[in-house]
Design a protein around this ligand. Structure first.
Ligand code: NAP
Length: 266
């Protein structure tokens, strides 16, 4: 039986696990499904294990890091994995680099599944920056402008990025994340714990309630968190968009779970 490892933590990874499982069991009796699975695909999904109460994919799940490329290579060999799909978040660059290295070392073929990034449209005012630190520098520049009061920032780049922004003079932060950031939280930071999907109406209300001046976001792509971009456009709010880290050279890339499922079945 073909064994596939999905590096997950995203909606696309869950869709892929469902698609591959559906290939085996959709609409079939348990008996027939079990019989078919003897010559089908066995899927294992892997999660980093950092988010409390994560959304789980269907099928077998393992949690926790592998111990770098060496650990992943050893795991692929021990579990006799035939194909590896990296469906992690576009900003999970360490895991993706590790997957590319382990694949090169073991010969287990690797496919990267990434949802497309967001595109600026009419009415948007985006500044693209290459990193979180570059985004912080833009905020500092805005706060230092003569006559400008404190800059009120809607920060949606994830709890672990908060320290990049907390030391900026003249910057107030509404930091939204799924899990709480590490304490201590300075006075000029208001933490909002929430998990998408969000609505345009809700995002608009949030921007108005907190009198926000600018949105800072990573170019995660996907439909779950686009409402903030629509609300920013409607309210004329500028957006600082952090570009994705580059993929390792030579990796094969697809954008949909259906394409990845076709590849993973060999
Ligand atoms: P990262 O910085 O690239 O990874 C750090 C380490 O965490 C990796 O070296 C690996 O440890 C472990 N790891 C990451 N993803 C893993 C997975 N799917 N299975 C097993 N171990 C994993 O990744 P991250 O940005 O912290 O993201 C962690 C997880 O959250 C990923 O599954 C990602 O899809 C999801 N996520 C991330 C974001 C984001 O903005 N970065 C947003 C939503 C969801 P070892 O080196 O020990 O193997």
């Amino acid at each position: 039986m073909r064994r596939v490892l999905i590096l997950g933590g995203t909606a696309e990874a869950r869709a892929l696990a469902a698609e591959l499982s559906g290939e085996l069991s959709g609409g079939l009796s348990a008996e027939l499904s079990a019989e078919l699975s003897d010559c089908g695909v066995h899927v294992v999904s892997s999660l980093a294990g950092r988010v409390s109460n994560p959304r789980l994919p269907v099928g077998e799940v393992r949690e926790g890091g592998f111990g770098g490329p060496d650990g992943l290579a050893a795991w692929l060999a021990a579990e006799r994995i035939d194909a590896l799909v990296d469906a992690t978040h576009p900003f999970a660059a360490r895991m993706t680099a590790s997957a590319a290295e382990a694949s090169a070392r073991t010969g287990v073929p690797l496919l990267v599944l990434r949802r497309p990034g967001w595109r600026e449209g009419p009415g948007d005012t985006w500044q693209r920056v290459p990193s979180l630190h570059a985004a912080a520098a833009r905020l500092s520049e805005a706060a230092a402008r003569p006559g400008g009061g404190p800059v009120r920032v809607f920060l949606t780049t994830g709890r672990r990025s908060l320290p990049v922004f907390t030391g900026l003079a003249g910057v107030w932060l509404l930091a939204r994340s799924v899990d709480p950031p590490e304490p201590p939280i300075p006075d000029h930071v208001h933490v909002l714990l929430d998990r998408g999907p969000y609505t345009v109406e809700g995002e608009r209300a949030l921007i108005r309630e907190h009198r926000l001046d600018v949105l800072v976001t990573k170019d995660s792509g996907g439909p779950m968190t686009t409402a903030k971009l629509v609300a920013a456009r409607e309210l004329g709010l500028p957006v600082i968009m952090v570009d994705r880290p580059p993929l390792p050279a030579g990796v094969r890339l697809v954008e949909t779970a259906a394409e990845a499922a076709a590849w993973a079945q060999g």
